[in-house]
Design a protein around this ligand. Sequence first.
Ligand code: ADP
Length: 244
Amino acid sequence: GQGADTVLEVRGLSKHFGGLKAVDEVDLTIRRGGVHALIGPNGSGKTTTLNVLSGLYKATAGSIVLDGRDITNLPPHARTQAGLGRTFQNIRLWRSMTALENVMVGAERPGSPAGSDPAALMARARAALAFVELEDRADEVVASFSYGHQRAVEIARALAGDPALLLLDEPGAGLNSSEKVELRNLLKRISARGLTILIIDHDMTLVSEVAQHITVLNFGRRIADGYSADVLKHPDVIAAYLGA
Ligand code: ADP
């Protein structure tokens, strides 16, 4: 069974595209609290894994259990309601809407009493924007925001849904170095709040600074898993990154 210290338990997860095994029998256990990174060379199956976890793709095989609940066959919106928040590699926001309006969409929780109350919804959205330090720009349209701030709004939208697990697909992509420092600090604040994050990123500096656990994929298969310091010096991981 799944212990209370485990948020996500993935067993034998596979996703095939025709004859291509993009994700091949991957096991993944994510403990509550902290940051878990999913890394691997280009094309190793990281984004596909995230898309199968969030329900964008249907798994070819395997099971996904979130907080003790089997979500393997749920559609994406039901997984969000079950406690899975996510951001995308290419930011997905309504650019002509304000930051607050964007985040309010994430704060909606159909089925819960607080979720349908507009005042509670707005309060949750404002709190999420405050958390990413954009409270004073809540009523500005997102199109006027820098790329780094748009990324922060997207993270706030995911946070507003009060997720049990936050999936971040290359949150550092397209950010300049000062924006990356801000992102790193934000991830540490989220983590300090007790939230659990699964992050994909190929920026090893970011990964080694924020993640306590790392799972490594290569050609769709898990080749290493464990504490960051151990995984990063694993010979198979070094070889995969060097293309050996
Ligand atoms: P990563 O995120 O590690 O770079 P991906 O998960 O994007 O890797 O891709 C893994 C493999 O699956 C690659 O060979 C990629 O070309 C393939 N792939 C990803 N998405 C699709 C798709 N929708 N249809 C067919 N092949 C895909």
